[in-house]
Write a protein that binds this ligand. Structure first.
Ligand code: C5P
Length: 403
């Protein structure tokens, strides 16, 4: 999502994960945001003030009584200035102080005056034993209960102290997704949305399958856009190569590689959903049989005949069971008579709208980061969207179809 004109305040406390924050600043600035930084004294042992100042383009607020402070009230003016704040890494110490309302340095005074006013994301990062400490858990739970506050669960994996466990700060893209979530109005709160993404794989034998070029980028971008707006997303994933960013676990992922598995997963979920967006490139046919052993080529063999059977049409099956309160959106990718074919599908599959991808357009289609689509609605309305990033296309699809 574009962050042009957005003011993001980053609070850094003294954990080794602070080394990731310069990258976060760069990424936010690249997305158009203006960034300011407040830190504890200890944080500056891990990342230099000069680095933070250079990348953000602003003086760093780390000392309540320093002479560089314009009015010595940065802890009040910074929260006023920002649209959202992120505290990353949030140490056990800063979480405990925040929960108790303690404000005894530049960062904790800033957090204290921000909590009741602006959305704040906390990204705890620490040794797993410190994370498990009941005081840390209780502080986290207290903060989670506050209206404007969100806490990202730390990841599991190798920790800086040499052990492995829960306590790692998520990567920069996840932190940015969390900030974008914090900035987005929750227009889809209470909605359950099913999304299919990626290509299916139809097994031929233990080492081969039939598939297509889909990477799942568009479906995952749609899942991000819906989750940011507050929807609960069930993402049925075929083969995907794009990363799924899920800071607040609003996306429930079900892996289903074949069309049949995807069909079964979607049929199971559909009655609980308010809407479905079927973005997956589902194979129309599958090998009639999956060989138990690898299929061998005989000496001198000139050809090989493969018998295929038809896969279930998920969109059509959901369309047949669709209740009047549910919305069903399909995708179409055509190589000729694009609009006519898409309109036929819209009608035949009982869809409310269809998104027509163009393969002919430069920068659109499989694997690219950009896409150009047209939206066709069952009421006859249609919209041509410009060539833009898949994330922007996803935003526009949701804004057009869900408002
Ligand atoms: O008929 P076609 O495959 O072009 O239709 C495209 C739309 O139908 C997409 O939304 C796709 O996800 C969905 N589809 C499906 N099950 C199939 C084939 C396509 O849900 N077996």
């Amino acid at each position: 999502m574009s962050l042009t004109g957005k003011h993001i305040l980053i609070g850094i406390s003294g954990g080794i994960a602070a080394y990731k924050i310069p990258e976060l600043i760069r990424s936010l600035v690249k997305s158009g945001a203006e960034v300011r930084v407040a830190t504890t004294k200890n944080a500056l042992e891990f990342v230099t003030e000069l680095t933070l100042q250079t990348l953000s383009g602003h003086a760093v607020y780390s000392d309540v009584f320093a002479a560089i402070n314009a009015h010595a009230t940065e802890h009040i003016s910074l929260p006023e200035w920002c649209d959202a704040m992120i505290v990353a890494p949030a140490t056990a110490n800063v979480l405990a102080k925040t929960a108790a309302g303690i404000a005894d340095d530049a960062l904790t005074t800033t957090i204290c005056s921000c909590v009741a006013r602006k959305p704040i994301v906390f990204a705890p990062a620490m040794n797993d034993k410190m994370w498990e400490n009941p005081a840390t858990q209780q502080a986290t739970q207290t903060i989670r209960g506050w209206k404007n506050c969100m806490v990202i669960d730390p990841d599991e994996g190798p920790l800086a102290c040499g052990t492995s466990g829960k306590g790692r700060m998520p990567e920069v893209e996840v932190l940015q997704e969390a900030i974008e979530y914090a900035l987005t109005p929750k227009s889809l709160a209470g909605q359950h949305i099913l999304i299919t993404a990626g290509g299916t794989q139809e097994k031929l034998d233990p080492v081969r399958f039939i598939s297509n070029y889909s990477t799942g980028k568009m479906g995952i971008a749609l899942a991000h856009a819906c989750a940011r707006r507050g929807a609960e997303v069930t993402l049925v994933c075929g083969s995907v190569s794009a990363p799924l960013l899920n800071p607040f676990a609003r996306i429930h992922r079900i892996n289903s590689l074949s069309a049949q598995e995807m069909y079964e997963a979607c049929m199971e979920e559909w009655s609980k959903m308010n809407a479905a967006i079927l973005c997956a490139a589902v194979a129309d046919f599958r090998p009639m049989e999956t060989a138990k052993e690898k299929i061998k080529k005989e000496p001198g063999q000139e050809s090989f005949t493969l018998h295929l059977s038809t896969n279930p049409d998920i969109a059509r099956a959901l369309g047949e069971q669709k209740r009047p309160d549910q919305r069903l959106i399909g995708f179409a990718l055509e190589t000729c008579h694009e609009k006519e074919n898409a309109l036929t599908k819209l009608e035949r599959k009982n869809l409310d709208a269809i998104v027509l991808n163009s393969l002919r357009e430069e920068g659109a289609g499989f694997g690219t980061d950009t896409n150009r689509v047209s939206l066709m609605l069952c009421n006859g309305n249609s919209y041509e969207l410009p060539l833009q990033s898949k994330a922007q296309v996803a935003e526009q699809i949701i804004d057009t179809l869900f408002t």
